[in-house]
Structures are given as C-alpha cells and as structure tokens.
Design a protein around this ligand. Structure first.
Ligand code: FE2
Length: 219
C-alpha cells in the first residue's frame, strides 16, 4: 500500500467517525477506526462479505493475479477486520513479507482441489516459505495488505470459527472494469477514472441474484 492510499483509508474512516456513522472505541487506534465501522455497517450493507473459513486451505496467492483485468492500475488495499479471534489454531492468514512488488507470479494447479478454496497456487520458487508470518488478530483488530502481497491461510481444523470482514479500497484514479457482478462505492473524494458507483444504501441485486442462498467463501 502506498502512503497516499493509506492516508485516504485513514481519512475515510475518520470522516465516518466524525459523521457519527462509526464509534470510536476499543483499544488500539486501528481498532478505534474499524471496530466501530463494522458495528455500523454490519447488517446494513447487503454487499458485505463475511468470511467464515471452513476446513479448506486458501493456497498462497496474490489478489492481483485474480483481479487482473478488473483494476487499472492494480493498486488496491484490503482491510481484513477480525470478527472472531484469528490465530494459527483456526487457520489465520499468513503473509510472505515484501512480496508485494510483483503481483503476477507463476501458478500451478493445487494437488487436491477439494481441500482448497482456489484451484491454483503460486509455484514454490516464487517465495521463501520460511518467511511466512501469521496475522494474529483479536476481534475488532485488522490488518491491511496490498493487493499484490502473497498471502493465504491454512484450513481451519479447530473448533473455533474464524470470521472476518474484508473491505477493499482503490484510488479514485483507478479504473474498475465491471463484470456485472461486483460493485464499488465511492468512499471518499471525487471520481477521476470514469467509474460507475453503487448506492451503499441499497442492496446489490446482481450479487444477491447470483448467490441467493450461499455466499462464496473467502479467506
Ligand atoms: Fe486473497
């Protein structure tokens, strides 16, 4: 994530707090930004994705590789907000630090597609697995990672749910190439890319029609 994007995320959250749309609470500065934001959004925005990993791996990947052709330029940051405790025991996210400079590694098919959220994984020579770091979070805490960073999560084989809420932020200068299913919202500032934005007060019908019963699993 570059400095400007980080600043935009921070300003957006602070604006929500000032407008009374989020509460300042909890312990750390980050939790104060985002814990209250979650309280406000949860249950109101239908296009919210709650991620509850079942016993499946999310093989190491770059979001940018999956979103290729959807964002131009590929500058996007994910805010992963923990709803439950997120620890190695319930398959917390792992990242490979400093891998955010590429974003389009070589992939291969996973050996057991039934046990994985994705059908492909990054080839092992692209990163040093010994550098993997666990992203351990308490409820209300979050971490932010750029779209190009290599990350993934092991299957949750424990008894504790690992639920998270993800938000993705792009610059208003980034062009979003829509596919009719995903929707973006103008969080802050002025559009400079000719994008079409959704109305956050209304359900995103195309998504609900596509997944009326079971939302796709994330990680
Ligand atoms: Fe991802």
């Amino acid at each position: 994530m570059n400095g400007r994007m980080a600043e935009n995320v921070r300003r957006h959250i602070e604006d929500l707090i000032k407008a009374g749309l989020a509460n300042v609470a909890i312990t750390s500065e980050t939790a104060a930004w985002l814990g209250g934001l979650y309280d406000d959004l949860y249950g109101k925005l239908v296009d919210v994705r709650l991620l509850n990993l079942r016993a499946k791996d999310a093989p190491l990947h770059e979001n940018s590789a999956y979103w290729k052709g959807r964002l131009e330029p590929m500058e996007v940051v994910t805010v992963w907000l923990a709803i439950d405790p997120s620890t190695p025991a319930n398959g917390c996210m792992q990242i490979i630090p400093r891998t955010h400079h590429n974003g389009f590694s070589q992939y291969q098919n996973v050996s057991d597609p039934e046990s994985a959220v994705f059908s492909a994984e990054i080839k092992a020579y692209e990163f040093e697995s010994s550098k993997a770091m666990d992203c351990v979070l308490e409820p209300g805490q979050c971490f932010l990672h750029g779209g190009r960073l290599i990350h993934g999560s092991a299957a949750n084989t424990g008894t504790m749910r690992r639920c998270g809420f993800t938000m993705r932020y792009i610059l208003t200068t980034s062009r979003f190439i829509a596919n009719g299913l995903h929707q973006i919202y103008l969080a802050h500032g002025k559009d400079r890319a000719g994008n079409t934005y959704g109305d956050p007060t209304k359900p995103h019908k195309a998504w609900l029609d596509a997944y009326p019963d079971d939302q796709p699993a994330g990680h």
